[in-house]
Write a new protein. Structure first.
Length: 272
């Protein structure tokens, strides 16, 4: 099933701008507002878009974009990533879920990075662009959009904040970080961050970080030739002795004993 990225770019509007595609939209259109604001009219319904708002349109939709004059001279009136796409895979993806015309998903670094990577690939031009890579990036963007929509459906600020805590821990678990940094990222005090995370996920932030570190360590132990000391270091454990203690507590054996058990299992499988 194919996809096709027709246009992908970023636009700035420092002055009033008016774009009307009434009845002319032939492809899917995705538009992520990053800066400033604008008004969008779809099927005669008005939407006010600000930073972090995502517009999703299908072929046949009416589309009218209005960017008003900035209130202060020199101030950016509107900035957005946008793309036009089509293809069987996009048709199938569109039908999987009902998605609102405009959803607030925030400016997630990973989502923006996917969009920017697709933009840069398109700018290589038809002779240098890797079509397979562009299509893969588009599919990744679509799937990430669904995740972002799902996670931002909740309007409860405490839910949004704990998701930010969770994402921060997932991204930083294998390096040394302080709980104060996670709390600051989520816009919370440390005490509130600790309490909210435990309430929503039934474990402390440290316990969740250790869970991620141990999973990463197991992967390295199974599929790499790294020493146990190096594994402990690259998975965020302060020392090998701490890694050894935590590992034994969770799995009932030391890291070295685990490696031996895995080696014996491999030998047994070879003789089946």
């Amino acid at each position: 099933m194919e996809t096709s990225v027709l246009i992908c770019d970023y636009s700035y509007h420092y002055k009033a701008f008016n774009h009307n595609m009434k009845g002319e939209l032939q492809t899917y259109l995705f538009r992520l507002q990053t800066e400033g604001s604008c008004k969008v009219y779809v099927q005669d319904e008005e939407f006010k878009m600000t930073g972090g708002d995502l517009l999703l349109l299908k072929p046949g939709d009416d589309y009218h974009l209005v960017v008003e004059e900035p209130h202060k001279e020199g101030r950016l009136s509107s900035g957005d990533y946008y793309l036009f796409c089509e293809g069987e895979w996009i048709d199938s993806w569109w039908k999987r879920h009902h998605r609102s015309t405009v959803s607030h998903i925030g400016l997630d670094d990973k989502l923006v990075s996917l969009w920017r990577s697709m933009l840069l690939e398109k700018r290589r031009g038809p002779l240098e662009e890797n079509i397979e890579l562009s299509d893969a990036l588009l599919r990744g963007l679509c799937l990430y959009i669904d995740r972002a929509i799902k996670e931002n459906i909740q309007t409860d600020r405490s839910v949004s904040s704990t998701l930010k805590l969770k994402r921060f821990i997932e991204e930083h678990a294998t390096v040394t970080f302080k709980l104060e940094e996670a709390a600051r990222y989520a816009g919370l005090s440390l005490s509130r961050a600790v309490r909210l995370f435990k309430e929503h996920y039934g474990q402390t932030m440290i316990q969740y970080a250790i869970e991620i570190r141990l999973n990463a360590a197991l992967e390295r132990m199974k599929y790499s030739d790294m020493t146990l000391e190096h594994i402990a270091e690259t998975c965020g454990f302060a020392s090998y002795s701490y890694f050894h203690r935590v590992f034994r507590s969770h799995f009932g054996m030391s890291p070295a004993e685990y490696l031996k058990s895995q080696a014996h299992q491999s030998i047994d499988l070879e003789h089946l």
